[in-house]
Write a protein that binds this ligand. Structure first.
Ligand code: MCA
Ligand code: AMP
Length: 509
């Protein structure tokens, strides 16, 4: 039955059935177990239909799922794909309103819930009006002999990931199986993924870094993906020491924490920790700029020159330092296989000279299909078939170097992209706040910190702790401001518009 499936990652997994695919808190699972579980989930979701596609407007059914990192997450993702649906992961640590937004914006057919999230599932179902499907029930589906999987073209939509941007609310980035396959194969080739690889997975599974670079590349290659529920520094060092890892990938904030833990260890422990790193073949950093001091310190500690790469939810990965070749500090590298990259000036003319700054534009099968339900915004994101990233870079002797972003309203914190506008919209509903401006302020650990300047209504007071406690119910932890400045009035230009650079300066003072 599975041999009929045209989904490339499934075809790859069939080649490796007896190998170990996943190690998680509950045990160790082979590719065969994973495929069996995915088929059960697919049959459970299809409920007698032949394909999850089938609504009048020919959209594939969006299936949101709230499942922690581990075997069941992958089984559900693949089950949705096998059934012809679009996988829409929900972030397990998000507060209720953020999860409800994704369910409502994607107009999900149902929400798949992991058993231990029953309480949250009930709240989501009640407030969204969507049916709940429990993973335990889906996995227990008895697969009938007559069950067959739908035939899917590679152009079938496969996934929607929500990313913050220059619009206030996050946008759903839609990728097809073809896009995801291109994103995976480019990295498998560039970083030399092999079946005997073993990666430690510590990233959230609602973003490309965790889903494509770590999980899907491992599954494509027949490798082992060892999944921790979340990043914990001591646990990661323990796995470095006691597991046969070959690969590690993370955001700069995580390398900063690993460095800090190493520095606090005793000399004997440090030696063991450093030896453990030497056993690995590759360590990658991305999602945000890697500070040079992290690069240098990590090289001293681990013997690895971190391979820095550049990507975006809309693209997967586009630019990378070399696996075999130069890894240049402060640079993101060269275009990846199958990806075409160029820099353009403000008149959208290609830049050919070294050292001249411009916006990065990208073309290739890796580039996403559309923003879900937003045709105008999708059209605006492309110029002459090139996707406009909004990132400003220069080319130095064949290597790209990021200089900044074209929008001040996009903040990168802990590897997450967040929108100042989205956070401001939520903060404006706080009873004490008259007006507010959110900016990113530089921070070695987080890259940038979400920082807010507020003018208060008369007779009101506000502390950072009170604001954060209030924000916790409404915003993801990484969007909740960690710096607060109370001002009489926000700095404005002659038109009365808040000037964000001046707000940033207030924080420097
Ligand atoms: C959490 N906290 C923060 C932040 N995040 N404070 C300031 N700034 C932040 N960004 C606070 C919480 O409110 C909480 O505070 C305390 O820290 C612990 O929260 P927790 O959520 O447990 O945080 P953590 O575990 O310390 O998180 C650090 C982390 C995480 C592991 C680095 O941020 C992370 O997983 N980042 C990776 C994100 C990622 O995968 N990005 C890829 C997307 P309190 O104790 O007061 O409550 S980008 C992408 O996919 C593109 C394609 C690409 O290029 O890769
Ligand atoms: P996201 O929308 O969360 O996928 O984040 C994509 C953004 O992360 C890019 O547009 C860049 O601004 C940033 N980014 C990713 N990798 C790097 C890197 N190595 N250096 C600097 N910025 C990066």
């Amino acid at each position: 039955m599975l041999t009929e499936s045209m989904i490339p990652i499934i075809q790859q997994a069939i080649k490796h059935q007896e190998r170990t695919a996943i190690i998680d808190q509950t045990g160790q699972y082979s590719y065969r177990q994973l495929l069996d579980a995915a088929v059960a989930v697919a049959q459970g979701l299809l409920e007698g239909r032949t394909d999850l596609e089938g609504r009048a407007d020919l959209d594939e059914a969006r299936i949101t799922f709230l499942v922690p990192s581990g075997f069941e997450y992958v089984a559900v993702q693949w089950g949705i794909w096998l059934a012809g649906g679009i996988a829409v992961p929900l972030c397990t640590s998000h507060p209720l309103p953020e999860q409800l937004y994704v369910i409502s914006d994607s107009d999900a057919a149902c929400v798949v819930i992991y058993a231990q999230f029953d309480e949250r599932g009930a709240a989501l179902s009640e407030q969204s009006g969507k049916p709940i499907r429990r993973t335990t029930d889906l996995l227990a589906t008895e697969v009938s002999n007559s069950f067959s999987l739908p035939e899917l073209p590679l152009t079938r939509r496969a996934m929607i990931l929500y990313t913050s941007g220059t619009t206030s609310k996050p946008k759903g980035v839609v990728t097809t199986h073809q896009n995801i396959t291109a994103q995976i194969t480019s990295l498998v080739e560039a970083w030399n993924w092999q079946a005997d690889d073993h990666i430690l997975h510590v990233l959230p599974l609602h973003h490309t870094h965790g889903i494509v670079n770590k999980l899907c590349c491992a599954m494509w290659s027949g490798a082992i993906c060892e999944m921790l529920p979340k990043f914990e520094v001591t646990r990661v060092w323990e796995r470095f020491i006691n597991s046969n890892l070959t690969l590690f990938m993370a955001v700069p904030t995580i390398y900063g924490r690993l460095i800090a833990a190493w520095e606090q260890a005793s000399p004997d422990e440090q030696a063991t920790m450093s030896d453990a790193c030497q056993k690995m073949r590759l360590m990658v950093s991305g999602s945000a700029a890697l500070p040079a001091q992290f690069f240098e310190r990590w090289a001293d500690i681990s013997g690895h020159r971190l391979l820095e790469r550049y990507g975006m939810t809309e693209l997967g990965m586009a630019i990378s330092n070399l696996y075999e070749g130069e890894r240049r500090v402060g640079h993101i590298g060269q275009a990846l296989p199958g990806v075409t990259v160029r820099l353009v000036d403000e008149a959208n003319q290609p830049i050919t000279e070294d050292g001249q700054q411009g916006q990065i534009q990208v073309k290739g099968d890796n580039v996403f299909l559309e923003y879900w339900g937003k045709p105008e915004i999708t059209a605006e994101a492309f110029l002459d078939g090139w996707f406009c990233t909004g990132d400003i870079a220069v080319l130095n002797d064949g290597y790209y170097r990021i200089l900044g972003r074209s929008s001040v309203d996009i903040i990168k914190t802990g590897g997450y992209k967040v929108s100042a506008l989205e956070i401001e919209e939520v903060l404006r509903t706080h009873p004490a706040i008259k007006e507010c401006a959110v900016v990113g302020t530089p921070d070695l650990d987080w890259g940038e910190r979400v920082s807010v300047a507020v003018a208060l209504k008369s007779d009101e007071t506000l502390s950072l702790d009170t604001l954060r406690a209030w924000g916790k119910e409404r915003l993801a932890s990484y969007k909740n401001p960690s710096r607060l400045l109370v001002v009489e009035a926000l700095p404005c230009n002659v038109m009365g518009k808040v000037t964000k650079p001046a707000v940033k300066e207030l924080f420097q003072e």
